[in-house]
Design a binder for this molecule. Structure first.
Ligand SMILES: [Zn+2]
Length: 62
């Protein structure tokens, strides 16, 4: 497992880099990715809402 900050090779399974002490990518990164999912849904909800408003607004004005 290679550190993304200082490029030092670390033991597989270690949570932190033995050289710089920064957290290594692993389970934590996967959990963060899962947490980002609701925000993606919110983003698409806003996009769909804007698209609907663009389609509806000119008709209601005219
Ligand atoms: Zn490091």
């Amino acid at each position: 497992m290679r550190c993304v900050y200082c490029n030092t090779e670390n033991e597989t399974g270690s949570k932190r880099c033995r050289h710089c002490g920064m957290p290594l990518p692993g389970k934590d990164l996967r959990d963060r990715k899962r947490l980002r999912r609701p925000f993606l849904w919110l983003f698409w909800l806003v996009v769909i809402f804007c698209a609907v408003m663009i389609l509806i607004l000119p008709r209601s004005v005219a």
